[in-house]
Design a binder for this molecule. Structure first.
Ligand SMILES: O=C(O)CCC(=O)C(=O)O
Length: 360
């Protein structure tokens, strides 16, 4: 049965199940050479990636300094880590522990939530979309909607018994942090901190809870392929290092694990709102031979039906409208028809400047 009590006929072999019986990774997880993680192309001596201290976020004398740091991080990368963000490490850890307990359940129990339908508010799956992926990714996941929590929490797993409480506390805290971060990021773009305030408050929050088992051949596969998130911003809580981000020069950088820190990534919806002044950050999850890794991506966006286009304040003669309006709902329709490698939703929104005769 699925989360709505309907019989689910979807079944697949999770990576967790696979690792119980296989020594090597099966053929369908082996990426073509050009798409493998290739550690020699990764910038292991990365310039230090931005870490921003939020302790003075609400202090009028220090906030301008914070806005400058956020502007630099968003403009250069669309990525930063935050410390002193107000979410206790114990709440972050409890959520990761409850996720691990969920993934440790017998397969039948997890399969109750199995679905390849991206419109489902709760869904357990493997890879990106096991019905469409040509090559599989070394990841199992459960995704569930979380805002407003009272509307969704009854659909979340009841087993393990503490899942709702622990994941729920973290989801609420991540959503509160998101609202503060949105104000800071909007301000850093030169917009009013209250821009689209009510839409942000009532916006969608999807918790993507990821489990990457240790992988015997991590150079041949990935936990998640390079992608950008569709929303405004994503807050990532992780159990250990494994995320890589791509800079504007297309160089990969490993993101260092900092105990208690959270990762903030700009998504496509923010790129559209900023009319391309800030770009969403491409990222991927790499694997490791010794240890499993868990992550919880709290992905925030405007509501399903809310159309989002560039803010008028960032459009002028030098910067004409560069994106059409789009919505989270349209994004879901797009990815239910195409696999990730077949194109990106945001590319369908880009308005390509016509080259005039003098440029030709
Ligand atoms: O696990 C990670 O580091 C990345 C997760 C992610 O990109 C996602 O869930 O969309």
């Amino acid at each position: 049965m699925d989360a709505k009590g309907e019989i689910s006929d979807i079944s697949f072999t999770s990576v967790m199940e696979l690792t119980k019986s296989q020594q090597n990774i099966p053929e369908r997880y082996i990426l073509p050479t050009s798409l493998r993680p290739n550690p020699s192309l990764v910038n292991h001596i990365s310039p230090s990636l931005p870490v921003i201290d939020l302790s003075m976020m609400n202090h009028p004398a220090y906030r301008p300094q914070l806005i400058v740091q956020v502007h630099a991080a968003c403009h250069q990368l669309g990525f930063f880590q935050v410390i002193n963000h107000g979410i206790p490490t114990s709440v972050m850890k409890d959520a990761l522990d409850s996720a691990e307990e969920f993934f440790n359940l017998p397969s039948d129990e997890k399969m109750r939530f199995a679905s390849a339908d991206v419109h489902k508010p709760v869904r357990y799956g493997t890879s990106m979309n096991h019905e469409m992926d040509k090559v599989f990714y070394w990841r199992d996941f459960i995704k569930h909607y979380a805002n407003p929590i009272s509307e969704w929490i009854h659909l979340w797993p009841s087993n393990p018994p503490t899942y709702k409480e622990k994941m729920g506390s973290y989801a609420k805290a991540a959503n509160a942090l998101q609202k503060n971060l949105m104000e800071v990021v909007l301000e850093s773009l030169g917009l009013n901190a209250n821009y689209l305030h009510d839409d942000i408050k009532e916006g969608s929050q999807v918790m993507a809870v990821n489990y990457y088992p240790s992988c015997p051949e991590p150079d041949l596969a990935l936990g998640m392929p390079p992608h950008t998130d569709y929303g405004t911003l994503t807050i990532l809580n992780q159990s250990q290092q494994g995320l890589e981000i791509m800079d504007h020069d297309k160089k990969w950088h490993p993101v260092p694990f900092i105990e208690g820190a959270l990762i903030v990534q700009l998504g496509d919806q923010f790129e559209v709102m900023s009319n391309g002044r800030y770009k969403s950050i491409p990222h991927r999850a790499i694997l490791n031979v010794q240890m499993k890794r868990l992550s919880i991506a709290s992905i925030h966006s405007m509501n399903l039906d809310k159309k989002v286009g560039p803010a008028l304040e960032v459009v002028d003669e030098q910067h004409p409208v560069a994106y059409k309006e789009g919505s989270f709902g349209e994004f879901l329709d797009y990815i239910s028809a195409k696999s990730l490698t077949e194109g990106k939703y945001i590319d369908t929104l880009k308005i390509h400047k016509r080259r005039d005769a003098s440029e030709a």
